[in-house]
Design a protein around this ligand. Structure first.
Ligand code: NZQ
Ligand code: ZN
Length: 388
């Protein structure tokens, strides 16, 4: 196993009727920015619960953080925080609102030009330099509620870039599985596939000796395969909803990443497809992942065979056959979860994507991605073209 440090300071508050705990989780006398998205929280009652819990706090509201949050929008919140001397932020929403709040938290006291936080990938490690924040999660998917990363889009240049650092963990996250009752099917499907792919990025590499890490990762994959189709049909079923929410958090709260190699190229390529075509994050992953496994077959075939046998009980006379069957089962699962797996099913304009993505990666100096740093820009081109 590789050496590791496991640090995660987020107070994870899980279960029914937990939103009222905000009143004790936010330190007294804080002036709070209540940040949310496009307004779903007004329709499903979450806003009312949050407002009632915040009755003893001075609050300013900031709504309108869009899916794939925009730098330009978030900077308006930064101005409000500076003008009003806000001392705590509460994010109420899915990954986009939470990621947006991480950026706002980092940008408020940032000395330089805030756009550099994204362009230069500045890491935030000092708690004293960020605004503390907590979250009320409304969409299980990204794991942002218990990690210190975020993804923000610069509208002006259509770039989707990451930021993060150990100072950007939420102080607390309230995760009430009943919030998923109001989610459109499409978002539940997205959540399952995003979480599934997060595990795959950290698991589907090459055989190593971190046995427990493999088994934890496989248990999350297996649970998602088992409950995914049902949770879409029955989002008010608490057993399904609670397991879904915990899987999504466990998939990207840092635990399964420790001591093992990880890939993340599917995400890096997928982010470009969202930046270019506004395809939902999870749906870009379902398009890219199977083709990445095919192009990187030699690197990944041993782990693919293990994954296929343990998650889908595939059979085959050789590692290669089992690995191919595993890719086939993955695509079947994605289809079962309502994903399309070809780029041309999302946009007629798909043929420009390979050049666009390769140029972007070259501009950024990303010569190679993946667990073995062997996903060169030529391989990226092949993966994207195979996804058409
Ligand atoms: O904006 P509102 O009106 O709230 O509506 C949202 C939005 O339209 C709606 N929604 C959320 N909770 C709801 C609800 N509708 C009804 N009932 C509820 N309970 O769902 C829509 C999508 O929300 P969004 O937050 O965009 O979805 P998600 O949680 O999938 O987040 C996606 C973003 O997270 C980033 C993605 O790139 C994307 O920008 N990611 C963040 C990661 C991280 N921080 O670790 C890792 C991921 O790989 C991912 O990249
Ligand atoms: Zn993701």
């Amino acid at each position: 196993m590789l050496n590791f440090e496991l640090y995660n300071p987020t107070n994870y508050v899980f279960g029914k009727d937990q939103i009222e705990k905000i009143s004790v989780l936010i330190p007294q006398k804080r002036k709070v920015l209540l940040a949310y998205g496009g307004g779903s929280i007004f329709k499903n009652g979450i806003y009312d619960q949050v407002k009632s819990a915040l009755k003893d706090f001075e609050i300013i509201e900031f709504g309108g953080i869009e899916p794939n949050p925009r730098f330009e929008t978030l900077m308006k919140a930064v101005d409000i925080i500076r003008e009003n001397k806000i001392t705590f932020i509460l994010a109420v929403g899915g990954g986009s609102v939470i990621d947006g709040v991480k950026f706002i938290s980092a940008a408020t006291h940032y000395d330089g030009n805030p756009i550099d936080i994204l362009k230069k990938r500045i890491l935030f490690k000092e708690i004293s330099k960020v605004i503390p924040f907590g979250t009320v999660l409304t969409l299980p998917a990204t794991g942002s509620e218990m990690n210190s990363g975020a993804v923000v889009t610069i509208e002006a240049t259509h770039e989707k870039l990451v930021l993060g650092g150990s100072a950007l963990f939420p102080q607390f996250s309230i995760c009430d599985p009943t919030v998923i009752a109001s989610l459109p099917k499409r978002q539940i499907q997205n959540g399952i596939i995003d979480a599934f792919t997060h595990v795959m990025e950290q698991y589907l590499t090459y055989p190593h000796d971190a046995i427990l890490q493999d088994r934890i990762a496989e248990s999350i994959l297996q649970t998602l395969v088992e409950i995914g189709p049902d949770v879409v049909e029955s989002p008010t079923d608490y057993k399904l909803a609670s397991n879904f929410m915990w899987c999504a958090t466990m998939a990207l709260n840092g635990l399964i990443q420790k001591g093992v190699p990880s890939d993340w190229a599917t995400h890096m390529i997928g982010h470009e497809l969202t930046a270019l075509y506004e395809i939902d994050h999870a749906r870009t992953l379902a398009v890219i992942a199977p083709n990445l496994y095919k192009i990187m077959f030699e690197t990944k075939k041993d782990k693919l065979a293990q994954y296929g046998e343990r998650i889908f009980q595939v059979e085959g006379n050789s590692v290669e056959e089992k690995a191919l069957n595993a890719i086939h089962e993955t695509v079947n699962f994605f289809h079962k979860m309502g994903m399309k797996t070809k780029l041309s099913e999302y946009t007629p304009d798909y043929e420009k994507s390979a050049d666009f993505i390769v140029n972007r990666f070259e501009e950024r100096g990303w010569k190679a991605l993946g667990e073995k740093q062997n996903i060169t820009t030529q391989k990226v081109r092949e993966i994207v073209e195979l996804s058409y």
